[in-house]
Design a protein around this ligand. Structure first.
Ligand SMILES: [Zn+2]
Ligand SMILES: [Zn+2]
Length: 225
């Protein structure tokens, strides 16, 4: 396997995980399933839509082809895309037919406006539910390294069932991420067969090709775009 950020490699990874008997879960499916208490191999798979809904949809369509369901966390305060735009909401609605949707909350934005964190989270949750006509169970912090994430007790007060950075996902299980287009501890393909229970964060934009350089994207995200 040639390790790179490409859809071909993503497909190789999905095939290899199936060959090695991993069951892949969205967050809510994992929470609601009895499987976590049983032996075997599991992956909880998550995608953060930082930049492009189209990239996310491309990845979701591949997952559908390979019988995989994952969780996609989307933003409400980005200049990269706007869910209030009918075309974008349409793409997200398509994505939500086979994938779980969650809120990718933006603390940098919350810090810039008036209001309690729980109220702002609740407001964002209700807006996504209304715009996409879906039920949102979970959330995940955008840029947690910079801005931190909320404890699960806080997000539960805002109506969520889980926060994707809670210890049960990132400490009790091996957690790896491709943040900034860099696998700090090696690509997911290198963990398959080595670790039985993985929580994995993959940003679709790195795998699908994008018209801006990685440096530009990272810089713009840092500005709050
Ligand atoms: Zn790889
Ligand atoms: Zn993000």
């Amino acid at each position: 396997m040639r390790c790179e950020f490409s859809l071909d490699h993503y497909i190789e990874i999905l095939i290899e995980s199936k060959r090695l008997d991993y069951s892949i879960y969205s967050f809510s499916d994992w929470i609601n399933s009895e499987v976590p208490k049983l032996p075997g191999r599991t992956i909880i798979l998550r995608h953060d839509i930082d930049v492009s809904v189209n990239s996310a949809l491309t990845m979701a369509e591949i997952e559908l082809d390979y019988g995989v369901i994952s969780t996609f966390f989307c933003r409400l305060h980005s200049s990269y895309y706007n869910l209030r735009d009918a075309g974008t909401a349409g793409l997200m609605a398509k994505l939500s037919t086979n994938s779980e949707i969650g809120l990718h909350y933006e603390r940098m934005y919350y810090d810039s406006i008036e209001g309690e964190d729980t109220d702002l989270l609740m407001k964002d949750r209700e807006e996504i539910c209304r715009l996409l006509e879906v039920n949102i169970q979970g959330c995940a912090a955008h840029l947690p390294g910079k801005n931190g994430s909320f404890d699960e007790e806080i997000v539960k007060l805002a109506g969520f069932d889980f926060e994707a950075y809670a210890g049960r996902f990132v400490k009790d299980r091996k957690y790896i991420s491709d943040s900034g287009s860099r696998w700090r501890e090696g690509c997911l393909c290198e963990w398959l067969g080595k670790e039985d229970h993985l929580t994995v964060l993959i940003h679709p934009v790195w795998w699908t090709g994008w018209h801006e350089t990685k440096e530009t994207v990272v810089y713009r995200l840092g500005l709050g775009d």
